[in-house]
Design a protein around this ligand. Structure first.
Ligand code: ADP
Ligand code: MG
Length: 682
């Protein structure tokens, strides 16, 4: 029986070889593929009250013809038919383009039903369809489908209609009955039918609700199954660190840990001690103190007899981490080393040999760490900082440099909960949600570009106190050349302005590595007071004496990125400032600037960013790693997502799920995705 739904679409009446080929190109091969090709929107033919219809919205109305239609021609074969229509108490105009034949059909006094676009200002409908006679409630919603090639929406509707009449009764349920009861969900058969042939808005809503839950549950089952497989099959290392020396190490730190730091350290240590491989995401706002957490984890690994590695995306950051870790490890005799592409020749050969011999405990570096020539003696822990900048492949290679080392991903981009449980659904997540005590909130202001003089005066006041400043220029043009010009121009302007008083440095991605290092060094030693830079300083850079940041064209950045940039100041005990130069045109643009001035909380901002820009833009298009849902919307339907996640976790952990016949369709589905064969997404 079931096999019939898996038959080729050619068994559907009206679908020949050629049509089938076009359908194949749309990803539709079988009868069930066709039935599951859902509309992406609906044409709404419900009668509406014109007063409640927005300008430019499509609408269907019923009215009485109030004037004899008049027909005019313009150009060749182009015509315009106009008439007055009485709709309730309103007299409106209706225009039909290029439908001259309507003239003979419409007469004064007739009741007609017109569908078209409502121009609120002109009180006119530009009609696309006209039916003589009162509104008939035959179809309220007409589905509109994505099509390709020779396939038309009309044709597709016909094939789908035929598919339902030939095979509709064969549609099987895939959700356990108890969920259908508990959440009052439509059966799969009914819901599919409604999606294609909706009788009412209420039905459509219920059908949609069912598919939202189904999509989320199937997705979360995959995530939870991956977690289970990872825990059970990928036996990791049991790192028996020495608790006493770990406590002694924590005592050597210059500050007590915050409550949140203690909590995440415990979560990480529990994973490391356990036999399964840690696969954990550590998220914490800029400045929340992730580096010291990574140091503690690395110490634990070394005290258990293993080596640790810390991989970061840029050389600047690698050097900074190397410095701070070296300082922290000095009192406890842990040997750390830095490996970047600038480490060359004899020095490099020696370092690699020491690493292989196990004489280096902790290696810090850029993706130089994942080159073939880099071999560890016994790698136990891999940490990546700002992990979203590394591809999945790079993470995998680093992990494979040891035998199932524990893995910790750190990120300062606070990830909204909805995204965290989808994109990182197979990982455990630790969150540092508390800042070290005594931090002063950064004051953020939004200014127009024409206020630049006042802003420069403000900067000067801060510089006079012995402080330093960042000036950030965005990538404005598609062309690298023009971007470069932008930052060069600003650099020239400021060099001129501060001439003889303060030194202005320049930093951008096109500088050779040694010049970048030189500039950063000069800035961190206060030889340079103002650093004009592109966003290369976005990640992790730590110069506590810098208290002012000016961001040009701030409207061009996402909120999450602005927040990252802003996090470069406010790192010392002095009051810091962030000035956003922006002339946003759109309302959302203005709203984004306002939000920046109102909150310093990265989580609040990231939720807002997600709301304003949508999930696709959140991580940047290319590396979003976001799953695609047909019906569900992660942001809009996030409550259902959370419910589905809980249900999935409970199912995967239960015995019944793996044996009960009620769950067979779900198990089949999991099998078909391949996640159960020990295959991992990452
Ligand atoms: P991020 O999470 O952005 O990587 P860092 O690890 O660079 O943050 O920490 C930011 C600053 O806060 C550093 O100067 C660090 O020494 C300091 N810091 C970290 N933890 C604490 C703490 N518990 N108390 C006081 N200062 C801390
Ligand atoms: Mg950091």
């Amino acid at each position: 029986m079931i096999s019939e739904l898996n038959d080729s679409v050619t068994v559907i009446k009206g679908v020949g070889e050629e049509t089938a080929q076009s359908l194949n190109e749309m990803g539709i091969y079988t009868v069930s593929d066709l039935m599951e090709h859902l509309p992406f929107r609906y044409e709404d033919y419900r009668l509406k009250d014109l007063e409640k219809v927005e300008h430019d919205e499509r609408v269907t109305i019923e009215g009485k013809v109030h004037s004899q239609p008049s027909l005019g021609y313009f150009g060749k074969k182009k015509s315009r038919l106009t008439l007055k229509l009485l709709v309730g108490r309103y007299l409106i105009s209706v225009v039909f383009f290029n439908q001259p034949y309507l003239k003979g059909k419409i007469n004064i006094g007739d009741t007609v039903t017109v569908t078209g676009k409502w121009d609120r200002h002109r009180q006119t409908i530009t009609g696309s369809e006209c039916q003589i006679g009162p509104y008939k409630k035959a179809v309220e919603f007409e589905p509109v489908y994505a099509t390709r090639g020779s396939i038309t929406v009309k044709g597709l509707r016909r094939y789908i209609t035929n598919a339902f009449s030939q095979y509709g009764t064969l549609i099987r349920e895939n959700l356990p009955q108890r969920f259908l009861n508990e959440y009052k969900l439509m059966s799969r058969k009914d819901a599919l039918h409604v999606m294609h042939f909706p009788a009412s808005a209420g039905d459509l809503k219920q059908a949609r609700r069912r598919f939202v839950y189904e999509e989320f549950l199937l997705f979360q089952l995959q995530m939870q199954a991956i977690r289970k497989v990872q825990r059970e099959q990928s036996l990791g290392i049991q790192q028996s660190y020495n608790l006493d020396s770990l406590m002694a190490f924590i005592d050597t730190l210059p500050f007590p840990l915050t409550g949140a730091q203690k909590r995440v350290v415990n979560e990480i240590l529990a994973d490391m001690k356990s036999p399964y491989r840690m696969n954990r995401l550590l998220q914490g706002d800029v400045g929340s103190g992730k580096t010291v957490v990574s140091a503690i984890a690395l110490f634990a690994s070394v005290s258990a007899g293993y080596q640790g590695a810390l991989m970061v995306p840029t050389e600047i950051l690698a050097e900074q981490h190397a410095q701070s870790l070296k300082a922290m490890f000095a009192p406890v005799n842990i040997k750390s080393a830095l490996l970047t592409s600038s480490v060359k020749g004899k020095r490099r050969r020696e370092l690699l040999e020491q690493l292989k011999a196990g004489e280096i405990d902790v290696l810090i570096g850029t993706h130089a760490l994942i080159q073939d020539e880099v071999n560890f003696h016994n790698l136990g822990l891999v940490i990546t900082d700002e992990q979203h900048r590394f591809g999945v492949e790079q993470r995998r290679i680093l992990r494979e440099k040891g035998e199932n080392p524990d893995v910790l991903f750190m990120t300062a981009t606070p990830i909204p909960r909805t995204l965290a449980i989808t994109v990182f659904g197979e990982m455990d997540v630790s969150t540092i949600d508390e800042m070290p005590a005594g931090r002063k909130a950064i004051e953020t202001y939004w200014a127009k570009h024409d206020m630049l003089d006042r802003i420069l005066a403000f900067m000067e006041k801060e510089l006079k106190k012995g402080r330093q400043a960042y000036v950030i220029c965005p990538l404005i043009e598609e062309s690298e050349k023009l971007d470069l010009q932008n930052v060069l121009d600003v650099h020239a302007t400021l060099t001129h302005y501060f001439h003889g008083r303060y030194k202005v440095g320049l930093m951008h991605g096109k500088l050779p590595a040694d010049e970048k290092d030189e500039v950063m060094k000069q800035f961190s030693t206060n030889e340079v007071q103002v650093l004009v830079s592109t966003t290369v300083v976005e990640v992790g850079v730590n110069v506590p004496n810098a208290t002012t940041m000016v961001i040009y064209d701030a409207e061009r950045f996402g909120l999450a990125q602005l927040h990252q940039l802003r996090g470069r100041v406010g790192r010392g005990s002095d009051q810091s400032y962030c000035i956003l130069l922006a002339d946003p045109k759109s309302e959302t643009g203005k709203e984004r600037m306002k939000i920046m001035t109102e909150t310093n909380d990265g989580f609040v901002l990231s939720e807002k960013d997600l709301e304003l820009r949508g999930p696709g833009d959140f991580f940047g298009k290319k590396q979003s790693g976001l799953p695609e849902f047909k019906v569900a919307d992660m942001v809009h339907d996030y409550r259902a997502l959370e419910v589905a996640r809980e249900d999935a976790a409970k199912l995967i952990a239960s015995k019944e799920f793996w044996a009960g016949s009620e769950y067979l369709p779900l198990r089949r589905y999991l099998e078909s995705t391949g996640v159960l064969n020990g295959e991992k997404l990452d």
